[in-house]
Design a binder for this molecule. Sequence first.
Ligand SMILES: *[C@@H]1O[C@H](CO)[C@@H](O)[C@H](O)[C@H]1NC(C)=O
Ligand SMILES: *[C@@H]1O[C@H](CO)[C@@H](O)[C@H](O)[C@H]1NC(C)=O
Length: 349
Amino acid sequence: MRLSVLISQLFLFLILIFSEKIVMAIDKSDPSTFNHQYATVNGIRMHYVDENSSSKKPLLLVHGWPDLWLGWREQIPFLVELGYRVIVPTLRGFGETDAPDSPEEYGVGVISKDLISLMDHLEIPTVTVLAHDWGGLVAWRFAQFYRDRVLNVGSFCTPYLPVPRQYVSLEQTVQALPNFKYQLYLVTPEAEKEMNENFPAFFARIFRPINDTVGPLIDPNTGTLVANRPVVPKSDAIPQKVFDYYVDAYTKCGARGGLNWYKQSKNNYLQCKDLEEKLDQPALMTVATLDKALPPAMSAKMGDYIPNLEKHTVDGAGHWILWERPTECNDILKDWLKKVYPINSSPKL
Ligand SMILES: *[C@@H]1O[C@H](CO)[C@@H](O)[C@H](O)[C@H]1NC(C)=O
Ligand SMILES: *[C@@H]1O[C@H](CO)[C@@H](O)[C@H](O)[C@H]1NC(C)=O
């Protein structure tokens, strides 16, 4: 009798150890080791990663183009280790999330609604948002749309820009911001076609740390992203399983949904024009000095709209700062979160 009790306790002990191992085994170079979930929100099926759901301090991580939730792979296990719940959706138009063909079904107001619907689905009343690239535009506006539910906002590369009070076309935007000139090509059918036909070559070119780049996004001679340019091997900075995941996800979904994000000047204006300009929430802005698409100068005036702004500069970092300089990014996040969103202030259970 006592032996059987002992044996069953031993089993229980082993099962506990084993399940703990399963829960904790995030391998950032293997996308299959993350906790993948799906929900129907705002009329679409959305894929998201949800780690450490027992934590009462949720973070929402928002990616850009041409990216997926996986762009946050260096931050997810780090933030979980700090005690946060980490929710990382694949946005409308990308990967395993639905990607309506029509650009009419996008816009930063629609995406914000997707995200708040995901929070509703998960019964999360308030959240802190972190973002990169297009995700940054979403995060700033999301914080303006849902002032009571977004506690803090942190962005990498993407500055807060005031809400346009009149419609500004993409062509006019490019005149004011020549660093956005590449977007005039991304809205063409040719861009979609060459991406769809060349995903491995496209990601091999594009996913490179700044000290290992192979030319500009768009070749000044050919006017293309990949077509008629030399095929280059993928950078060693990208683990093979990560690279394969991107190619596979984009091959299944196609380029159109992501490129629809560049066709939103009108929708973004109409959906956001009545928002208040000022952002009251504590905010974090981290610029990468060598990001050609989103140069640091763009964020110079942010303090005029955001009184509670903390700014950091990562010298020598490029656009893919999140996985190119993960230690610096994570240290910045850790220090800022400790101030604005500390784990130990969570209600005692
Ligand atoms: C998840 O969050 C909880 C509560 O904050 C924390 O105690 C725990 O260590 C976290 N889990 C992991 C695997 O780090
Ligand atoms: C780029 O920089 C990283 C880290 O600073 C280094 O590990 C890597 O070897 C460098 N790559 C090249 C091609 O210089």
